[in-house]
Design a protein around this ligand. Structure first.
Ligand code: MOS
Length: 709
């Protein structure tokens, strides 16, 4: 008998409890029908009378200055309303992100930067006008290539997510020197791009000094504040709608230039403006994951206990903004030994600004760490599942106890379900026809982050409830799980609750990112609903008065009152591959992920999150690679024909299993984030399986046929 709950079991259990509790019930997305029938409106789907369309002109070099911009031919095109460039653009108030100071100066910081914007009555006329803008430039020599010995590398004190750049404990050198078994290897991951189905897009209009935008964003509260600051407006004069968002993966986490350009264009043109970026533009303006170079050194004693670990990460940022991907953070969490060093160095290059991409830090970091652990297992003749179990820990590298940690249980349940027992560890030992077969394992984790948010709960006289929280539903099922949470907190059936999301006027709520959405919004929703229920019971004998009752809740104080814990979700991923030794072709046979991520609010949407992230991890392992032309700083793989992502035929079978996990130190729901966990460790599981199949250790992603031959 095993301890895990498979998703089918979870569904059965959920069905049994259906009459009592909404949380835990497997439910389809509330907006599913609206989406498949085309009723759901995305940022560019808001037809407004008199609309114009904007199209950017972009720099075709990595570094330099614009000397002249000639707009005469563009303005002569029938239907062109205006051409905006740094000589005539409205001035913006500088803020935190220099990349948003669009069209403010003649400086060019990266290939693909917007240097002019043409606004016209149709998209085609805007594109024609953009072709006719003549720009004279003074390009300078550009520095675009990341190297581990780049003289510009420096070590920031704080890296992404506010983490310390360096965490050292004990004495790594002494521990490593004394170890019985050692690994010293360097891993590389290429630049990777998020390609949400919906591109970055904005519809903007001004009305009596008020700015309204429909924006493809994961965080409309932050877009509102950013636009207010840039255009020097009181925040209440800016409203940002994002009722439906077609994917983000972090690329829509922070406001991007498109929303500023659209707002600017709407002001200049004096009418509503649509700006939907073309697919190729996303590869620069949508951000990307920095390439990484990570050196890992592991030392273990004769029994396979880690005694020393060094994780040194090298990444790039742009000259415009500093962003340091926290690759080594995962080594502070999985198996931190007594002697540990983790550090980050970054160099500013003439490249587009890198940004958050699904599990920034943990994703590339786990490829390095979990590959190195596999190398250690091979070097010491230890089973890679058992080696991980033997190095489990109750505290992170900084000494904080885990609020809950079921990595060992995930590894055991996964091994059992996958059929790991009896695996011959020798590489190349299993064949089926022309194929070499291999299996691999890796651990996953992701921080369980919660951020203050607000929510409003309203009772209406007709017995209904309206709950508003400024969540962004980026395809995850956010509004669906918010309704489940609200119904339980109010003690009512789900159909009597209406959920409103995706509007900055609702009030501040945090980003749909960092896997923190459900925990953060759900806490605010729970609090508002419980307060409303109490008030109805106390002041109105449980009945709603004719004028209705509304309660606003803010979780800032609740969050500050929590204890000091290391909060993370954990998981184990198992992978079976086949490799054709004649061609180097790798096919995925199956993949299994077992996760302990607190209380699962909705098994249907949760499974989608995990399976989707695992798919993205397989894609990272086998396909994704952006190629930069070193001379121009141009990502030449800027479409989905040259930048390959996994498709259905690449993913025959992915199973997701959740272990039940109760953690009282998180939030009232007991939930951990699940949006990013599934991509962490996935690429290492594939690479480890490829090694098991072939004996070839690929330390540089992706694992192409050429690399295997
Ligand atoms: Mo995620 S990369 O924080 O949207």
């Amino acid at each position: 008998m095993t301890a895990f709950v498979h998703r089918d079991q979870a569904r059965d259990q959920a069905r049994d409890q259906a009459s009592e509790q909404a949380v835990g019930r497997a439910e389809p997305r509330l907006e599913a029908r609206a989406k498949v029938t085309g009723q759901a409106r995305y940022a560019d789907d808001h037809p407004l009378p008199g609309s114009a369309y904007a199209w950017p002109v972009r720099a075709a070099f990595a570094r330099g200055r614009i000397s002249t911009v000639d707009t005469a031919d563009a303005l002569a095109v029938d239907g062109v309303v205006c051409v905006i460039w740094h000589g005539n653009a409205p001035r913006l108030e500088p803020g935190d992100d220099p990349d948003l100071l669009v069209l403010q100066s003649p400086e060019v910081w990266y290939y693909g930067q917007v240097i002019a914007l043409v606004v016209a009555t149709t998209l085609e006329r805007a594109q024609e006008g953009a072709d006719l803008v003549t720009v004279r430039t003074d390009p300078m020599a550009a520095d675009t290539v990341l190297r581990a010995d780049h003289p510009g590398l420096h070590e920031p004190e704080i890296v992404n997510a506010g983490l310390p750049g360096r965490v050292d404990t004990g004495d790594f050198d002494a521990g490593f020197a004394a170890a019985e078994v050692r690994v010293d290897a360097t891993y590389r991951t290429p630049a990777e791009h998020h390609n949400p189905m919906e591109p970055h897009a904005t519809t903007a209009f001004w009305e009596r000094g008020q700015l309204t935008v429909f924006d493809a964003t994961q965080a409309s509260s932050s877009v509102r504040d950013t636009l207010a600051a840039l255009f020097e407006l009181p925040p209440q004069l800016v409203r940002v709608h994002n009722e439906h968002v077609g994917g983000g993966f972090g690329s829509k986490g922070a406001p991007r230039p498109n929303v500023v350009l659209a707002a600017m264009a709407a002001r200049c043109a004096g009418r509503p403006v649509h700006l939907a970026l073309g697919r190729s533009m996303l590869f620069t303006m949508g951000g990307y994951r920095t390439p990484t170079i990570q050196r890992i050194r592991l030392g273990a004693d004769a029994d396979g206990r880690l005694v020393a670990l060094a994780h040194e990460s090298v990444t790039q940022t742009s000259r415009l903004t500093e962003y340091t991907e926290q690759c080594a953070a995962v080594s502070r969490v999985h198996y931190p030994p007594a002697n540990l060093t983790t550090s980050h160095r970054v160099v500013a290059l003439d490249v587009p600004p890198p940004t958050w991409m699904r599990a920034p830090g943990e994703c590339p970091g786990s490829f390095a760490l979990e590959s190195a652990i596999d190398e250690l297992a091979v070097a010491g003749s230890w089973d890679p599942v058992q080696l991980r179990i033997d190095n489990d820990t109750a505290r992170d590298a900084e000494g904080r106890p885990f609020s809950s940690r079921h990595l060992v249980e995930c590894l055991r349940a996964g091994a059992d379900r996958f059929g790991w027992a009896g695996r011959d560890p020798h590489p190349g030992s299993r064949r089926e026809g022309r194929w070499l077969l291999g299996t691999g394992v890796a651990a996953s984790s992701f921080p369980a982050i919660t951020w203050p948010s607000t929510a409003t709960a309203r009772a209406t006289a007709d017995g209904h409830f309206e709950v508003a929280v400024n969540a962004a539903d980026i395809g995850t099922g956010a509004r669906t799980v918010m309704r489940q949470i609200a119904a339980d907190a109010l003690g009512v059936d789900e159909p009597s609750v209406q959920i409103r999301v995706g509007d900055s006027d609702i009030g501040f709520a945090t980003i749909a990112g960092g896997s923190m959405g459900t925990s953060s919004w759900g806490w605010a929703v729970t609090k508002a609903c419980r307060l409303l229920r109490e008030r109805l019971d106390r002041e109105h004998h449980g009945q709603c008065p004719p004028e209705g009752v509304a309660v606003v809740a803010d979780t800032t104080a609740d969050l500050a009152a929590r204890g000091e814990y290391a909060r993370h979700a954990f998981g184990a991923q198992f992978c079976a591959v086949r490799v054709d030794p004649a061609t180097g072709e790798v096919r995925l046979d199956r993949m299994l992920g077992v996760f302990a991520a607190g209380r699962i609010i909705n098994p249907t949407t949760a499974e989608s999150q995990l399976a989707g992230a695992m798919t993205m991890g397989v894609s990272m392992a086998l396909l994704e690679q952006s190629v930069l032309d070193a001379r121009t700083g141009d990502f030449v793989t800027d479409d989905l024909a040259s930048y390959h992502v996994a498709v259905n035929a690449d993913i025959p079978r992915i199973d997701v299993t959740f272990l039940p996990e109760a953690d009282p130190h998180l939030n009232p729901m007991g939930s951990k984030g699940i949006g990013e966990l599934g991509i962490v460790g996935a690429a290492a599981a594939v690479a480890n399986a490829v090694h098991h199949a072939t004996g070839v250790r690929i330390r540089s992603l992706p694992i192409t046929p050429a690399a295997l031959l």
